[in-house]
Design a protein around this ligand. Structure first.
Ligand SMILES: [Zn+2]
Length: 849
């Protein structure tokens, strides 16, 4: 028999499954969605759900009745109320549930300005090969036939899961994955009501189901059965200041890995490309593993992991239990990570209490959930500040004051991470000393070139050895990972595995591997899930013609002009305020989840697809001479990091920006980028730093007037200068023209001296502009004079003179040169501020090495 608690989790997760069935049915109007849900669990899958007794069917059938009888029904009702209270209402057209496509939150107020065209998602399963999965559009139609097809597929996959056996609590993970696949683009509530205002269908059914389950799991632990009725009554009559609703029932816990910069980039170049990708993937796995470990310690389901990505995670936990266990959990995590990374990486955690009313809207006497989101982030940031301030525990002072094990002579140092290296334990690979840890990251990087699946087995926690490999660190948290190219490569577990999760990479057809896994693992409880690899790995052919991961030097070869390397970093502008004030008082738990999930799918799913199109070798579409150009090391949450041939990065960045505009439906939420380019021998760490500076120091500080509107950020830092995206486009167009002139392309080539002249003029302009700005700051000239002085100085006459001379000798390019000259001296939108970039860009593109 499945316990009452496990049945509750399942009931909460499936409570609205009837909505899906109802919208797919011809007789949709004949029965309530609760009744459709009951039929699903009690009739369609009667055998499978039999171990849950009739509790499950009761909770699903009665979650909308006026007088619930059983505790489990009341708990599902309570959780549903708290999760669904976010329903945003406005005056809108009535749409029957099966005819209402899900609205993109990004395209409507308060995130978008009034008057923005509302965009909607097509109904369908998540499918990474389909643009419709990622981008909402203006004219989207949905109807009962679409629901019917989708429902049929869902039921078929559910049958694959159920097989001939009964429900096992471990199946919850698989069911969650199925719901994610099928209900992420399906609205939970629809504008069907009779009143003047109707619900905006902008929260997905998936996020509603998942957050209901997460809340229910907390309530079960926190509340006694005698309080259910009181609270239900209080929630139904929710009004400001109700004392019953001040009860703190949940904790929002955040974990955040710090030290990732040094961990990722502070490596020497031997095998750096593979090692870097291995390290980046490990960081992701580590984040998820620790989150899963905390849940396991508290005995909670995966539904309570609200978000994991970008080096941090959020968990919704029962408040009192968290209060009690947190110090111990925190200590254990710190200790394990200290032993594994000696302080190079640590994971900081903290939590804030969440009261019942925090799930409710302000008018119901609640606070928007986003306040909790930022409150816990502030606490974690504060914890970062005092990280090593108070080494309270003995073990910590012991390790802190024990001299770090560094090699004493050159022969005892790992040539990749500069940590300790011992001939008996570590390796010598092609004459390069690599510690076992560094070697393991490279090995992982190799496996990640084209992996198809990953298995995570749950095992008893293991002790950490010195310089543990990446999988030994995970084993310390009770996880044993295997990354494989094909399911057939998996090896049966050694030791006492208690359960496993089988992940399919980059395809949502994840249940297909079930037969393979069952053959290998027999009766071991196994869950199935899917995940995005979120990278683009470039390849080269070796002497034998087989593919291997490209080194950074190979990427540089794909550059036009000088064979240099570039680093691109991008992230969403002011994301914090998008989350905090962007949703204003409507920032409920499930709305926040839908929002971050949409962003995350763009970065983890769409962005890698875009990058892969620059890698003809890896994607097998190449001719003889093609080179792969980009290595997307990381994309997730709201940002990305890539290394690549310097010359393609501006184009990729602009493409990401354009697609992001498509995602949000305008310019109200923007993206900025920073690119640094250098000779490939330049240390990656410095290149990464320079790209960060280009992003944070240039692009994020840039402000300008665009069509009479003041615009901040929404820019790119490139070639040492901040530009708006529209300016980058203009510079890029001129770059093409100038490069064409320099190459001749069938005509007589213009001498490279042209570039030198442009650079000189740009230099004069910049120097003069700096001087005049200083004068203006000192009050010597006015704002208008500043413009005058910057635009009409000596450089102008030089320019006219030099370009005039060029033109006289370049009969065949007269037209382009005249246009260039006019673009520079034009008063409106002059090219002059972009001239330094143009000169440098064309110089590097045409320089021979
Ligand atoms: Zn090392």
């Amino acid at each position: 028999m499945v316990t009452e608690e496990h049945t509750l989790w399942l009931a909460a997760l499936l409570h609205d499954i009837g909505k899906f069935a109802q919208r797919a049915s011809d007789q949709g109007r004949g029965a309530s969605h609760a009744e459709f849900g009951r039929r699903f669990v009690e009739e369609m899958f009667a055998g499978y759900f039999a171990p849950c007794g009739d509790y499950l069917a009761h909770a699903v059938a009665h979650h909308h009745t006026g007088s619930p009888q059983r505790d489990i029904e009341k708990l599902v009702m309570l959780a549903d109320c708290l999760s669904a209270s976010e329903r945003e209402e406005e005056e809108r057209h009535q749409e029957a549930p099966s005819w209402a496509p899900m609205v993109s939150m990004f395209s409507r107020p308060p995130l978008a300005p009034e008057g923005t065209t509302e965009l909607r998602f097509a109904l369908g399963p998540l499918n990474w090969a389909d643009e419709l999965t990622f981008f909402p559009r203006k004219d989207v139609q949905v109807g009962p036939p679409d629901y019917a097809v989708l429902w049929e597929h869902f039921v078929a996959e559910f049958r694959t899961l159920a097989g001939e056996r009964g429900y096992h609590p471990h199946d919850l993970t698989t069911i969650l994955a199925l719901l994610r696949k099928y209900t992420s683009r399906m609205p939970s509530a629809t504008p069907w009501g009779k009143g003047e205002t109707r619900t905006v269908p902008d929260v997905s059914l998936y996020d509603h189901l998942k957050s209901t389950a997460a809340i229910a799991a907390c309530l079960y632990r926190e509340l006694g059965p005698d309080s259910y009725d009181v609270l239900l009554k209080a929630l139904r009559a929710a009004s400001p200041g109700q004392e019953d609703l001040q009860l703190e029932v949940c904790a929002l816990l955040k974990g955040d890995i710090s030290g990732t910069q040094d961990f990722l980039y502070l490596m020497s170049s031997s095998g750096a490309s593979r090692g870097l990708r291995g390290r980046s993937f490990y960081l992701q796995l580590l984040t998820e593993t620790v989150a899963g470990w905390v849940l396991e310690r508290l005995g909670l389901p995966l539904t309570n992991l609200l978000f994991a990505g970008g080096g941090h995670f959020y968990l919704l936990l029962p408040f009192r239990q968290t209060q009690e266990l947190f110090p111990q959990l925190d200590k254990e995590v710190t200790e394990k990570l200290w032993r594994a990374h000696q302080g190079d990486l640590c994971l900081l955690m903290d939590y804030v209490p969440v009261a019942l009313c925090d799930f409710l809207e302000a008018e119901q006497g609640g606070h928007a959930f986003s306040e909790k989101w930022s409150e816990v982030s502030e606490r974690v940031n504060a914890a970062k500040q005092r990280k090593w301030g108070q080494p309270g525990t003995t073990w910590m002072s012991e390790v802190l004051f024990r001299p770090r094990q560094l090699g004493t002579t050159e022969e005892e140092v790992c040539q990749v991470c500069h940590g300790q290296w011992e001939p008996s334990v570590d390796m010598l690979v092609n004459g390069v000393r690599k510690c076992r840890r560094c070697e393991s990251f490279e090995e992982l990087g190799r496996k990640l070139r084209q992996p198809s699946a990953m298995l995570l087995l749950s095992m008893p926690e293991r002790e950490l050895p010195d310089r543990p490999t990446w999988d030994e660190v995970l084993a310390a948290f009770g996880r044993c990972p295997q990354v494989v190219a094909a399911a057939g490569e998996l090896v049966p577990p050694q030791g006492a595995a208690t359960s496993g999760v089988f992940y399919r990479f980059d395809s949502t057809e994840f249940l297909q591997s079930k037969t393979d896994a069952e053959r290998l693992f027999g009766d071991l409880p196994m869950a199935y899930d899917f995940r995005l690899l979120a990278d683009a790995t470039p390849a080269v052919r070796d002497a034998q013609g087989s593919l291997k991961v490209a080194e950074f030097a190979d990427l540089a070869q794909a550059s036009e002009g000088v064979k240099w390397l570039g680093v691109l970093r991008m992230d969403v502008d002011d994301l914090g305020s998008v989350f905090r004030s962007g949703l204003a008082e409507h920032a409920s738990l499930s709305r926040l989840c839908t929002l971050s999930e949409t962003l995350r799918l763009f970065f983890e799913g769409w962005v890698p697809t875009l990058f892969r199109s620059y890698n003809p070798v890896a994607s097998g579409s190449n001719g003889e001479k093609a080179h792969d150009a980009v290595y997307l090391i990381y994309a997730g949450g709201d940002d990305l990091f890539a290394v690549g041939a310097w010359s393609v990065l501006p184009e990729v960045a602009a493409q990401v920006r354009d697609d992001f505009r498509r995602l949000v439906g305008g310019d109200h939420i923007t993206l900025s980028a920073g690119i640094a380019v250098e000779h490939q021998k330049f240390p990656l760490y410095q290149l990464a730093e320079a790209a960060k500076e280009a992003l944070d120091g240039l692009a994020k500080r840039y402000s300008r007037k665009l069509n009479g509107r003041a615009v901040k950020k929404d820019a790119i830092g490139f070639m040492g200068k901040a530009m708006g995206w529209e300016e980058l486009t203009r510079a890029a167009e001129w770059k093409d023209t100038v490069v064409q002139m320099l190459r001749g392309d069938g005509k007589k080539a213009v001498p490279r001296a042209l570039v030198t002249r442009l650079a000189e003029i740009a230099h004069l302009y910049e120097a003069n502009a700096r001087l005049q700005r200083a004068r203006q700051r000192a009050g010597e000239i006015s704002e208008e004079q500043l413009n005058e002085e910057v635009m009409y100085a000596k450089w102008m006459w030089q320019l006219v003179y030099h370009l005039g001379r060029f033109r006289a000798r370049q009969e065949e390019h007269k037209e382009e040169l005249t246009e260039l000259q006019q673009a520079i001296i034009r008063q409106q939108d002059s090219l002059i501020p972009l001239l330094a970039v143009l000169a440098r860009w064309t110089e590097l593109l045409t320089r021979e090495e």
